[in-house]
Design a binder for this molecule. Structure first.
Ligand code: COA
Length: 380
């Protein structure tokens, strides 16, 4: 008889809301304050590069100048994809394939070439982590160029990950300020406490499965429109609305129809997402710089209606959509960019999980039938 009551009965079928599943020292959210390893996101966005943020997340401290140089050098050395890898990855289907589905498959395929792929030895795991962070951007750009019949662009290892992403995507050197702003976007997305994809990574790691398997789980979770997929949906919504004069009416109708407006609301932040504030400023700045201020203006109008009529504030996905769009990035590449950055946080979570592991194995509260007796197929 199934009679046991789960301990956290209040969270059952409520997405584990309010349940504390593990201790963590990587990132924390308290009210509207987000910190990575003790530093506020505002401080990091203003001063840190993405590479420094990755070091911070993994090592629990900021690097010295020499350490940062060495860290960037190793990342640079790991950025290139081999001729064999490029050949095989180019053979994967792209027609009608969402880039996140391709990326999930490509990362899984990459594990087959990794000489450390199955190792649980800490130094080997660190080498895998470096490869994953260094190669996530090149993989996404290979996908985009390949589907457009363009050749893969070799990275310039002496440049940073953000700069190279834009360079490899477009095949031309990016404007220095745009590359810097893109780097800030990567910093902002690097980690976010026990979100859906970080939890997915930790659950897979908790069975002592390998790093690639945990990252593939995380990419799969990030892909959904309620998580990382929202930034793409935001831009599609803005394009559907079309212009400022239609924005307020469109949102009011969507709310009346009980539709979810992508890029708003959050399970944890109830007084605003600090990343959205930074991204709103970037969206305004880049819109003006690239001669497309209308997207920011329309976003701001929607933001006002959502706050006034629904009491909902924008999350990280709302203004990042127009930031990436004004950088000339294809809309369906927005969510893969999330993965390019967040892979660093997932890896920090995987390391933390391995360091004090116990397999995740919660309980399900039984609501099914009981006491049935088997009927032979001929009598059903
Ligand atoms: N648009 C309209 N209404 C929204 C909303 C949105 N974006 N987000 C939440 N709500 C409403 C819900 O309809 C619900 O209202 P109800 O109580 O009248 O039914 C209430 O607010 C609570 O929402 P719920 O979906 O239960 O919250 P959650 O904690 O389970 O989900 C999100 C959090 C982020 C998944 C949710 O806000 C959402 O779907 N947002 C849009 C997708 C998005 O931007 N995701 C990126 C997250 S960083």
């Amino acid at each position: 008889m199934a009679t046991e009551t789960p301990i956290f009965a209040g969270a059952v079928d409520k997405g584990l809301e309010g349940v504390v599943a593990c201790t963590t020292g990587i990132s924390s959210i308290v009210d509207a304050t987000l910190i990575f390893r003790g530093y506020t996101i505002e401080d990091l966005a203003a001063h840190s590069t993405f590479e420094e943020t990755v070091f911070l997340l993994w090592e629990n401290r900021l690097p010295s100048g020499d350490e940062l140089t060495a860290f960037k050098r190793v990342l640079g050395e790991n950025m290139s994809l081999s001729v064999e890898q490029i050949k095989h990855l180019k053979g994967l289907p792209t027609k009608g394939v969402h880039p996140m589905a391709w990326l999930r498959s490509a990362v899984s395929v990459m594990s087959l070439w990794d000489p450390d792929g199955q190792s649980s030895e800490p130094a080997a795991q660190r080498r895998m982590a470096m490869r994953l962070v260094a190669q996530m951007g090149p993989l996404v750009t290979l996908f985009d160029r390949n589907r457009n019949g363009k050749d893969y662009v070799q990275p310039k290892p002496e440049k940073g990950l953000a700069w190279n992403f834009l360079y490899q995507l477009k095949g031309e050197e990016p404007d220095a300020t745009i590359a810097k702003d893109f780097d800030t976007c990567l910093v902002l997305h690097a980690d976010h406490e026990l979100n859906c994809s970080a939890f997915a990574a930790r659950v897979t790691a908790s069975s002592l499965s390998d790093i690639y398997s945990a990252i593939v789980s995380a990419i799969s979770a990030l892909k959904g429109p309620l998580h990382g997929g929202a930034n793409e949906q935001v831009m599609l919504m803005l394009k559907e609305i079309g212009n400022m004069s239609a924005a307020r009416e469109w949102i009011k109708e969507a709310l009346a129809d009980k539709k979810k407006v992508m890029g708003f609301g959050h399970r944890v932040y109830k007084n605003g997402d600090p990343r959205a504030k930074i991204l709103a400023q970037l969206s305004e700045k880049l819109g003006a710089k690239t001669g497309q201020p209308a997207w920011y203006e329309m976003s701001k109008a929607i933001d006002d209606v959502m706050q006034k009529d629904k009491g909902l504030l924008p999350n990280v996905d709302f203004y990042s959509a127009t930031v990436y769009y004004s950088m000339g990035i294809p809309i369906d590449i927005f969510t893969p960019i999330f993965a390019v950055s967040r892979v660093s946080g997932w890896l920090a979570h995987i390391f933390e999980q391995y360091s004090r592991n116990r397999i995740y194995r919660p309980r399900g509260q039984w609501v099914g039938k009981e006491g049935l007796k088997w009927t032979p197929v001929a009598k059903r």
